[in-house]
Every structure is written in C-alpha cells, then in structure tokens.
Design a protein around this ligand. Structure first.
Ligand SMILES: NC(=O)c1ccc[n+]([C@@H]2O[C@H](COP(=O)([O-])OP(=O)(O)OC[C@H]3O[C@@H](n4cnc5c(N)ncnc54)[C@H](OP(=O)(O)O)[C@@H]3O)[C@@H](O)[C@H]2O)c1
Length: 304
C-alpha cells in the first residue's frame, strides 16, 4: 500500500483529496501546523515551517508528497509582511521537505506541488496562457516562480515532479465560490470591474481527479494548468451563479477603482484574468467531469 503525505491537507483541496485516496487504498498522512486530523483515517504529523521544525517520520514513511500548504493568497491584504508569508509558507516549506527527504534518505516516487494560474500574472490578455510561457513579473507571477523553483529541486534530484497551476476551485464548502455566491443569494450579484476578465475556474472533483492522476500516472511530469476547459468571463460566471441560485441579476458592476481602494494590490485577483489552456492536462488522458460551468454549478448547488 503506497503512502501519500499531504502538506496543508487540512485545507479545501486536501480535505476533498483524502477520502478519494483512502477509497483507492492509499495510506494517507497529513503534515500540519495544527493538532486536529482532517480525517479519522489519516495519520497526523506536525511541523512548524517558520521554526524549520518537522517530524521526520512523516517524510520517512512517504512514497509520494503532495505539497498543498500555503498561507491563503486572497485572505488578507498584500502588505509587505503578508507577501513574505505567502511566499515563505510555500517555498521554505518545500525546502524543508527537500532537506528532510535528503536527511532521511527517503526514496520518493513523486513530489506533487500546487502552484497557481497566478503564474501568468494579474492581467487580462486575449491570448490563451499555456504552460511553456514564462512567469509574469508581478507579485503572483514571482510567487509562483519561487514556488515552482522550490519544487523543481526534487526534479533535479531525480524525483518525478508535477506542478499543478490551479485556478479558482469551486466547492460549496469554502473558498472563492462561497464569497461570490453571498451577494447573489441576497439578490445583489454583480460583475466586478469590466466583467470581461476571465475566471479560470475548476470544480473541486476535477482538481482532486487531476491530483489523483498526477500521483498514479508515472509519465506525468512538469507544469500543468489545473482549470476547466471552458472559458467564462466574470460577468458570465455571476450570471450562471444567479441562474442556478434562481436569483435576479441586475446590479451594475462594481468599478475597479473601488475594488482597488478596498483590497489594494490584491484586487487583481478579481478584476483581471486571461484565458488559460487545459489542453496539456487533456492530452494526458484526463477526462473532465465538469467541463461546463452551468453543470459544475448545478452539481454543487442542486445535488442533494
Ligand atoms: N483553492 C483554490 O481556489 C486555489 C487556487 C489556486 C491555488 N491554490 C493553491 O492550492 C493549495 C491548496 O489550496 P487550498 O484551497 O486547499 O488551500 P487552503 O484551504 O487555504 O489550505 C492550505 C493549508 O495550508 C496550511 N497553511 C496555511 N497557512 C500556512 C502557513 N503560514 N505556513 C504553513 N502552512 C500553512 C494550512 O494547513 P495547516 O493549518 O494544517 O498547517 C491550510 O489548511 C494552496 O497552496 C493554494 O494556494 C488553491
């Protein structure tokens, strides 16, 4: 039985991935700053990235590491301190894992790291973003570049490495969708900014499916965009949300300058977005369960 160690396994993606891995007969463990396991069948190990402390037993028993840990990108204003925390929680943690793998002589089958479509930057460009493009030079682009470079150390050491450039994960539990749905539920849904910016979304079941694929398919290696093949503007997205929630959609768009005043630099997360290609992941043979937005939202909101 192969053993999968998940960092940040208490988060949105980890909590959905764990039961699927258990179902597929993997042994699952979680490396966390806290002391509460996200699943009764997952073994909990402890680390403190800022103090460079880690329970080496976590790494020793792992066949695959899935690195999901990281301070919430859209959670707090991007002050200088917060930006450093966003980077360190991803990069210093990956470096600590790398050192621990070396120190314990662990023979890993694969290292699978999250990354984000932020690799392509907070811009709205008409061309489709593909994996071979360089990282943007804004904060998100730089963060993803450091994050992926830390993962690449595993590849350089001969360990198969996969980086999933994740889009906005749609789940009813938490994350961006619940925040977007709140005004819609009150009948106050509207676009943000121009409304033409693209929302690179993915259904939670598909991001879990992509992680499972990355674990199981030994030919998968390198960076992959983790987003649905459909291309939806912010305005389309909010309209679809209003339709599925059976709510009106008539409010004027919130202007970008107000969002910038309220959110600072972080406003680019909602006011900008370019189309991102899902072709490379499709070419691995991955079949999306929810390639279409209306079906994805219907599954999340109308399924019992
Ligand atoms: N969800 C999305 O829409 C989305 C989109 C793009 C990229 N991603 C990336 O995918 C990864 C997983 O996403 P998610 O939505 O599951 O994230 P999440 O719900 O925010 O969970 C991330 C986990 O990281 C750990 N963490 C938080 N702050 C930390 C810190 N300062 N130092 C070390 N660990 C810390 C926490 O685990 P413990 O408290 O147990 O330590 C937390 O449960 C993240 O890196 C995220 O940036 C997600």
């Amino acid at each position: 039985m192969k053993s999968i160690l998940i960092t940040g396994g208490t988060g949105l993606i980890g909590r959905a991935l764990i039961p699927e891995l258990l179902e597929q007969n993997y042994k699952v463990s979680v490396l966390s700053r806290g002391f509460a396991t996200p699943h009764p069948e997952a073994t909990l190990f402890h680390w403190d990235v800022s103090a460079a402390e880690i329970d080496l037993k976590a790494v020793e028993q792992a066949d695959v590491i899935v690195h999901l840990a990281g301070a919430g990108i859209g959670e707090k204003r991007w002050t200088k301190k917060r930006k450093q925390e966003i980077i360190n929680s991803r990069v210093a943690s990956a470096e600590l894992l790398f050192q621990s793998v070396r120190e314990t002589g662990t023979k890993l089958d694969a290292f699978i790291s999250s990354s984000a479509v932020g690799w392509y930057g907070g811009f709205s460009r008409p061309q489709v973003m593909t994996e071979e493009m360089e990282a943007a030079s804004d904060f998100m682009g730089e963060t993803c570049r450091f994050w992926e470079a830390a993962a690449d150390k595993f590849q350089e050491a001969g360990i198969r490495t996969v980086k999933i450039r994740t889009g906005v994960v749609l789940s009813r539990e938490s994350g961006a969708l619940s925040k977007m749905a709140l005004p819609v539920k009150m009948g106050l849904g509207s676009a943000l900014g121009s409304g033409k910016q693209i929302v690179p979304w993915i259904h939670i079941d598909d991001i879990v499916g992509i992680y499972l694929n990355a674990i199981e398919d030994a030919s998968t290696q390198g960076a992959f965009n983790g987003i649905a093949p459909a291309v939806d503007s912010f305005d389309n997205f909010m309209r679809a949300l209003a339709r599925v929630l059976n709510k009106p959609y008539f409010m004027p768009a919130v202007p970008s300058f107000l969002l910038k005043a309220a959110m600072g630099e972080m406003a680019v997360l909602v006011t900008e977005g370019s189309p991102v290609s899902a072709q490379k992941i499709i070419d691995t043979g991955y079949a999306f369960q929810f390639p279409d937005l209306d079906k994805a939202l219907a599954d999340l909101y109308l399924r019992n």
